[in-house]
Design a protein around this ligand. Structure first.
Ligand SMILES: Nc1ncnc2c1ncn2[C@@H]1O[C@H](COP(=O)(O)OP(=O)(O)OP(=O)(O)O)[C@@H](O)[C@H]1O
Length: 286
């Protein structure tokens, strides 16, 4: 397989290269991650089953779009070798710490890239879950149908019983009714494990689930599992302040990701999803 990927890589880059070695990279759950060492340097390679090829195509398209606003690993090649789908990115020596001010500023700059509608040219995945992205003109409708409603329907299909999902969907105007949203280019899966820094301290984002939507959804997810400093938030707000009411919408937006975890992993995530639904309903009634 590696020899085949190297020959596809040589054809794509126009550089002759020989396979030296491949070392596992820790950190990814959904895919296998490898450092591919060749005579023409190192590359970052993600592997999955061949039927996952579309997922890597979507990631490549997302990275290419994001590169207009923030540093991402350059996508080099996406393909299939035997039973494997693969995505080759430029290899970056990543660190866990760096310039948080630059990260906050650059995320705001990414969000300044906008589209006329909400969605994305193709469906993609959030974790391993399909994420529908068909274009819509209204953010509330998009979030209801393509995000929360989609996860609730998946839960039902998986036999996960969640109470009051219909009631919550019917109450979305209470959260989003007077909220003005521009369709911003989003990372879409911005938890702490998908941000890192280069040796010079400059930030890099990777592993996106891009679409055009409310920038607050990216900010919300940064707070769900932690890992982002107050410096990061201050720099974001200084570059492009959020509108009043973000704290109220934050938990609604994070419910999408918690429900996705319930769908992917089950267990305690189901209780946490239900607790978030219950708290949001109390919030409406208060
Ligand atoms: N271009 C790159 N060069 C070097 N290392 C990288 C690069 N991109 C990502 N990494 C490292 O590899 C790890 C796994 O990458 P990534 O998050 O893209 O994989 P994944 O399987 O899609 O992850 P997840 O399970 O979170 O969806 C990251 O945590 C990061 O440390």
């Amino acid at each position: 397989m590696w020899a085949d990927i190297c020959s596809q890589l040589a054809a794509a880059t126009g550089r002759p290269l020989q396979f030296h070695r491949a070392d596992v990279v820790a950190g990814g759950d959904i895919n296998e991650a490898w450092r591919l060492r060749t005579s023409a340097g190192d590359w970052f390679v993600k592997l999955n089953n061949a039927f996952r090829h579309d997922m890597f195509e979507a990631e490549r398209a997302g990275l290419a779009a994001m590169a207009r606003g923030i540093h991402v690993p350059s996508p080099v090649l996406c393909g299939v070798s035997g039973e494997h789908a693969f995505l080759v990115l430029e290899w970056l020596d990543l660190r866990h710490r760096g310039d948080e001010v630059a990260l906050g500023r650059q995320l705001a700059q990414l969000h300044r890239l906008t589209a006329p509608h909400f969605g994305w040219p193709h469906d993609n995945t959030i974790g391993a879950t399909p994420q529908p992205n068909g274009w819509m003109d209204n953010w509330q409708d998009f979030f209801r149908e393509r995000r929360l409603g989609h996860q609730f329907a998946l839960a039902q299909r998986h036999g996960i019983s969640l109470r009051n999902t219909r009631l919550l969907l019917d109450c979305l105007p209470a959260f989003l009714g007077d909220h003005h949203v521009v369709p911003s280019l989003l990372h879409g899966d911005l938890w702490g494990g998908n941000a890192a820094w280069l040796a010079d301290g400059s930030p890099v984002l990777f592993d996106p689930a891009c679409y055009y939507g409310d920038r607050e959804t990216d900010l919300a997810l940064t707070s769900l599992f932690g890992g982002f400093s107050s410096t990061f938030y201050e720099a974001y707000h200084a570059t492009w302040p959020l509108q009043p009411g973000f704290e109220r919408r934050r938990d609604l937006y994070n419910l999408y990701h918690m429900a996705n975890h319930a769908n992917m992993f089950g267990g305690g995530y189901i209780q946490r999803t239900q607790a978030m639904i219950d708290a949001l309903i109390v919030n409406i009634q208060a």
